[in-house]
Design a protein around this ligand. Structure first.
Ligand code: GTP
Ligand code: SPV
Ligand code: MN
Length: 651
């Protein structure tokens, strides 16, 4: 039984409800390196003491979240060679990981629930669920016991109190991450509101318990590569949604270790949202102001590395428009008393994809990274600047290099090897990232920290769809929009362990982040959109449709404002003539998307809805929903699928 496992022996999991706490918890023989243990609430004390007893760190370091603390940790990591200052900037650092630890590991990510079908759908025999992996409590106990006891030996255990969302806000939630990775502490400080203020706001309330270890106790037997301890063979990212608990082992990278992000703000939070009547989604949030000065807010869900950060920070190419970012990756959304949907960005920083980011594609991201940023697995120029694929032209122009000079520029690639532009391989890892404070973004929205959130007028889904899917379409209804979201597909990217470009299902862009039975999740969406709630309109976009010789048909980036313009005119209503009804939804009538100033756009290729493609696609979608959601698929969504099929066959 899981409850009898040594690692899980604590009062919460033994099923006792502790009403008042009388004992002050003791730390047996484990010194405090920093902070005042006695000042922690009894619940926090108990959590820290129990986990310290289990993982046996050299000492406990309670983070206060101050700049000085951040600087002290940075200095230590620079001394040890974990971070390298990027000399060209102020307080920017480069980190190279062990090349085996570069992305989220979906195959090692689990949801642990007593009942399997709380986590995954009733899939037919022999079908492996792709939305969530389930592990039994018994198995989890075994896995835990083979990893966590003594796993922090010789390393400090950092106690990281943090808030997702503005501290104390009505939609915000608290967590405490215990980690033996000082790199993770730095990232958590940028990505969340972290430190003493959170403990004060927390009082004696509960919090999401997050336990993270790189999984390499000292003395280390294996060779540590790049001063980046990790344990790739034993990676496990496990969630206990009912207990609001996360156990992560063996990886120090991104979503595997910055536990406030995907683990808490999506997988655990969607469970909390289900219980409390709100939504935790893999969505950017942006404010878009038209030339008349009217602002509307959009939330958009695209799978990992499919353009959320870029869209959220977009610099419009059409004069008069303004975009301001509220969030670039995660939205917590709740219907308010006025019936409108309100969203907050639970994060405080950007953990953005570096390659492809430049002043041309995303100037706002580049400006956000000018200082106080950690770059992970990018390349470095001889002048102490960061470098990655997509910066060639900018670098050449900034330095006034000739092509020849550019080719000879000394670069150290992400693996720490000498490299030149044009050489084999990549300068930066395709999933290399910047970790930058959101407040440094020049077009951050003045209300980005509004505790009650911003009102969402449109929800947009999208993915990388090289064929068949038009630039934009609007769903017919909330339920149809949910089907559109449920059928999101995209080419795989480097954000997880995939290689090659296969189009795969990523429903609601949540496939890797689903925290409970996906059929129940769709039901929750359906329910929330009913009156008196005023459900926003739902759209689908595709920036990635290609010509036969694999060139993008749409310029994308700043020009995406042209599509947002159409979307917002549809939201405003009163302009029925700008759309035509098709089998898959409303699409723009030719001439209703502003194409002024663009090179020739092949409208037909960009907007067509090929019958052959869609007949096959609906068939494949039915197969997907039958096999992956099975009997858990809500009837209204099945009805929408039937209707879509009929319409597509009549094309
Ligand atoms: P995660 O942080 O993994 O969730 O990714 P994301 O959805 O925020 O994606 P991001 O905006 O970082 O973009 C990922 C990649 O897609 C980058 O290399 C971008 O340059 C590229 N990209 C973004 N928007 C567009 C676009 O409109 N057109 C094209 N062609 N590429 C784009
Ligand atoms: C994603 O993969 O969607 C990310 C990066 O935003 S990570 O935090 O590593 O999940
Ligand atoms: Mn993401």
């Amino acid at each position: 039984m899981a409850n009898e496992c040594r690692s899980l022996r604590n009062m919460e999991t033994d099923g006792f409800q502790v009403v008042t706490e009388v004992v002050t918890h003791k730390l047996n023989h484990i010194p405090i390196f920093k902070g005042d243990f006695a000042s922690l609430s009894p619940k926090v004390q108990r959590f820290v003491a129990e986990k310290a007893e289990l993982m046996n760190p050299a000492g406990i370091y309670i983070c206060d979240g101050s700049q000085k603390e951040y600087d002290d940790i940075v200095d230590k990591l620079v001394e040890r060679g974990v971070l390298t200052p990027l000399k060209a900037y102020e307080n920017n650092y480069l980190c190279r990981t062990d090349p085996r630890d570069v992305a989220r590991v979906e195959s090692k990510t689990w949801m642990v629930t007593k009942d399997k079908y709380d986590s995954v759908c009733h899939t037919p025999d022999g079908v492996r669920p792709i939305m969530g992996q389930w592990m039994s409590e018994e198995q989890f106990g075994v896995e835990l016991d083979s990893r966590f006891p003594g796993c922090m030996a010789g390393r400090p255990m950092y106690v990281v109190p943090y808030s997702m969302g503005p501290i104390g806000g009505p939609l915000s939630k608290n967590g405490i991450e215990l980690t033996d990775s000082p790199y993770v502490v730095l990232c958590m400080r940028t990505m969340t509101r972290m430190g003493t203020k959170v403990l004060e706001a927390l009082g004696d309330n509960d919090f999401v318990r997050c336990i993270h270890s790189v999984g390499l106790p000292r003395p280390v037997k294996q060779k540590v590569i790049n001063h980046w301890p990790c344990n790739p063979e034993k990676v496990m990212i496990a969630h206990r949604p009912k207990e609001r608990e996360i156990w992560s082992f063996g990886s120090g990278y991104g979503g595997n270790s910055i536990l406030g992000k995907k683990c808490f703000a999506l997988r655990i939070a969607c469970n909390i949202g289900r219980d409390e009547g709100w939504l935790a989604e893999h969505m950017l949030i942006m404010g878009v102001t038209n030339p008349e000065g009217e602002e509307k807010f959009i939330a958009a869900a695209f799978p990992s590395a499919c353009g959320k950060t870029n869209l959220a920070m977009l610099t419009p190419t059409v004069p008069g428009w303004k975009v301001r970012v509220v969030g670039d990756d995660i939205a917590w959304m709740k219907f308010g008393a006025d019936g409108r949907l309100y969203a907050i960005n639970p994060e405080a920083g950007f953990f953005g994809v570096a390659p492809g980011t430049s002043h041309k594609t995303n100037a706002m991201a580049m400006e956000s990274c000018r200082a106080n940023t950690i770059f992970t697995n990018v390349a470095e120029t001889a002048d102490g600047e960061y470098f990655w694929e997509g910066l060639e032209k900018e670098l050449k122009e900034a330095k006034g290099y000739t092509d020849e000079q550019l080719k000879h520029l000394e670069i150290t690639n992400w693996l720490g090897e000498r490299w030149h532009i044009g050489d084999e391989g990549k300068a930066a890892h395709p999933n290399s990232r910047f970790t930058a404070p959101a407040k440094q973004c020049p077009n951050i929205h003045p209300d980005w920290e509004a505790p009650q959130g911003v009102p969402i007028d449109a929800i947009v889904f999208g993915g990388r769809r090289p064929e068949g899917v038009p630039l934009v379409f609007e769903s017919f209804s909330w339920e149809h929009g949910i089907l559109v979201g449920a059928l999101v597909k995209s080419e795989t990217t480097a954000a997880a362990e995939f290689t090659g470009k296969n189009v795969m299902h990523d429903p609601m862009a949540m496939r890797p982040f689903m925290g409970y039975n996906y059929g129940k999740y769709l039901e929750h969406w359906i329910k929330l959109g009913k009156a008196p709630h005023k459900a926003p309109k739902i759209f689908h976009v595709n920036w990635f449709r290609e010509t036969k010789d694999h060139k993008f048909l749409w310029p994308g980036f700043g020009d995406n404002i042209r599509v947002l313009d159409w979307i917002l005119r549809r939201v405003a209503g009163g302009e029925e003539e700008i759309a035509i009804e098709t089998a898959i939804g409303y699409v723009p009538k030719r001439g209703t998307i502003n194409l002024d100033g663009l090179p020739r756009i092949d409208w037909n290729d960009l907007m067509s809805i090929p019958k052959d493609y869609w007949v096959e696609d609906v068939d494949e979608s039915r197969h997907f929903l039958d096999t992956q959601v099975g009997s858990d698929l809500p009837q209204p969504i099945r009805d929408e699928l039937d209707k879509l099929e009929k319409r597509v066959h009549a094309l």
